[in-house]
Design a protein around this ligand. Sequence first.
Ligand code: SAH
Length: 233
Amino acid sequence: MNLNASSIPRESTQFEARRREMVALQIRGRGVRSERVLAAMSTVPRHEFVPASQLSAAYSDNALHIGDGQTISQPYVVAAMTEALSLTGSEHVLEIGGGSGYQAAVLSTLANQVMAIELLPHLADTARERLARLGFSKVSVVQGDGSLGWAPGAPYEAILVAAAAPEIPPPLVDQLAEGGRLVIPVGSVEEQNLLCVVKCAGRVMQRVLFACRFVPLRGCYGWQTEPHGITQE
Ligand code: SAH
């Protein structure tokens, strides 16, 4: 029989073992303390969100390509961003840059509702179908420019931006609830700081979590694409 990557059964218990190891070494081992976040990372089957060609690397300590030039973030980064949102279970969460749907699935196990916006139609459709098939019923995926947020669902108690922005898009602060948390990588195309922004009495306070490198946020408040690269406008 000729086995190729797509015929490997994805339910295999070998993935559970790799997931446990991922949480112990990459996530708990690097300082993520929230038991709720650790449980979410232990539960969501990351291998279901990567292309068949990347299946054996699903639990590795890296970002992975998911097609269309985009990536699924490194497991530690997903966990650290999620922890920074301090979710208790009641929140209405907005994710910008839905990609594969993995981060949204993790968020949905810790919050009440998740709205994920993805710019690329093909990725948005695939993520929507995948999340429905896997039973992540608290996530809705819409296609659009998430640098504008998603006004129909506002306000949000938590917003996570999974792509690098040149600045904090003002609509995201507007759509954040009082006391709400926004986690966003801000900086140049090459390197960013991951910021945690809290809206308090109408003002924003921000702290830097760590240096990081994400794919660029496009759209109105993102980076504009030019034939020879990306320039800020
Ligand atoms: N969170 C994702 C990975 C995100 S990669 C996961 O768990 O798989 C960043 C994503 O942001 C890419 O899919 C990219 O297409 C998307 N993106 C870039 N600019 C965007 C914008 N303005 N609005 C919505 N999505 C955007």
